[in-house]
Design a protein. Sequence first.
Length: 642
Amino acid sequence: MPRPIRTYISPDFAVAIKCGFASPGSDETISLMDIRNIAIIAHVDHGKTTLVDHLLKQSGAIRDNQQVQERAMDYNDQERERGITILAKCTSVEWSGTRINIVDTPGHADFGGEVERILSMVDGVVLLVDAAESVMPQTKFVLSKALKLGLKPIVVINKIDRSDGRPKETLEEIFDLFLALEANDYQLDFHVLYASGRQGWAVADLDSPRESLAPLFDRIVADVPRPKPVAQAGDDYPFTMLVTTLEADPYLGRILTGRIESGAITVNRQIKALSSDGRVVERARATKLLSFRGLARVPTDRAEAGDIVAIAGLEDATVADTLCDITVEMPLPGHPIDPPTLAITISVNDSPLAGREGDKVQSRVIRDRLLREAEGNVAIRLREVDDGAYEVAGRGELQLGVLIETMRREGFELAISRPRVLYKNDDVTGQRLEPIEEVTVDVDEPYAGIVIEKVSTRKGELRDMRSTGAGKSRLVFHAPSRGLIGYHGEFMTDTRGTGVMNRMFHGYAPHKGNIDGRSKGVLISTNEGEAVAYALWYIEERGKLFIVPGTRIYKGMIIGENARDNDLDVNPLKSKQLTNIRTHSKDEAVRLTPVIPPTLEQSIAYIEDDELVEVTPKSIRLRKRALLPHMRKKAEAEAEQG
Ligand SMILES: Nc1nc2c(ncn2[C@@H]2O[C@H](COP(=O)(O)OP(=O)(O)OP(=O)(O)O)[C@@H](O)[C@H]2O)c(=O)[nH]1
Ligand SMILES: [Mg+2]
């Protein structure tokens, strides 16, 4: 039986007091609720958000008759569309008198910066591993972070309902991973549950009846330590809290979330914010305190050390700042975040079609928006490189793609450069180092050869290769990030869409030398207007088109890929009368190969240094930086000279 926390009054109860339902002090009414803070961590798609759905339902946080969508915590537009979690989010449920604050984390490697920070505010983690996919790169990453913080995970082998599940082998691999990551004896003594998050059950033993998630709830309450800060709860200690996430609310303004490290906070109290170097960022009043309750956030009057809360009322404080009592001088230690490895340049859209589809087009507006992003997202860095051009550095193509897609939906028009990796110099030798990734590939055996060949030409080294059964191989490479840009599309084609590739930052290594760029040239429009079907039919013989008849085009716009390695100027407006080529079809009713226009991320990964992606709320266009042929020649000559 866990010892009740003396000073903790449930915020629910605090609300009840305010409403006159109860009075503090009377023995039977004081609710001494225990707390557990946990994060759910796993590789992408291993079922975290789906499991949270059922934790919410079975704890009663979502009523039986309440209509909620599947993966309810993924409520942002892009999360729903892409089917992945992008932002870590808090929720909270009650289980036999204990309040469990749960943080659902993103599994994709590009959002790993989030996971690292989140782990600093919890006292336990539930590590999910898909019984069929077993241990994957991000499993290793999140587990290594959790172990380093001294946390003992509760291991849940998930998706047991899958017919291709291999729970026994998966458990062995998990154990090996704990050993490889140098888990201590306390951590190696982890508990294991088998579950189907989607069916809403967990069991300690595969033969037990599969009824509910009660075994998981009980395990959390029993295994996860009570938050350490509760020892310093109450008004005798000064209030301190490290800000872990930041969001903008249309009504409340900035909302800062974190775990209270010491003391207590009451609504409207005067507090201050300290930056990690101890500078006073601002003094303000906490005008609103919010607790997490299921899918809702409820206002509360007071919160104490150990609890996770959201605070509104501050204007400048941000992630990694310490919110504290005005008497406090020392900030809480924050956790260093892995550095960004990839950067793009975002600049004003200056194409001939600029300003027609978006209303946020000026450099100043773009700058303000990017500054706001860099503030709330510690994994992103911003630098002004040129007049109206900003270098945005982050963790990967998906993270930067999500940012650009968000801005596009807000009405921005932008020009995006080819991504480039960020180098580092060795402190001792001064040698140039580049980011290396661990790439794990699962493919049908017949495709293993082509994948090895392609990754090798991109300077990747094969580290491990083994059969995973059912005619599949798992290949592990160490490859420079630089060589992997744009490779995913080729990989999907080479493996006929059946391959799965996962990438994870591994470390820095000496520069691996030149890597050849795109093997094919592009088809460039020499004209402006609306593309004509007949002309496209003619051009189609030269390669692969990105546009369809009727698409608005301009001089210097890239309309397709050449089948050869050189760039080719073409005229997509040329009408039939000007040529003597005959077609079997009547007039304009030419039959064109269906076009799948490249997505935003594909486009960004595709372009070369002398090209740009033009992004507007309605269109994604590829273009040459220099639109006119003679300007391109001049730029080429200049580039060759130096
Ligand atoms: N068979 C089976 N599928 C599941 C189970 N749990 C989740 N899934 C499916 O796995 C996919 C991913 O589920 P999510 O809950 O979004 O996974 P996630 O770990 O939150 O993913 P990220 O947040 O993007 O890392 C969805 O298609 C789910 O329906 C399960 O227990 N069994
Ligand atoms: Mg998720």
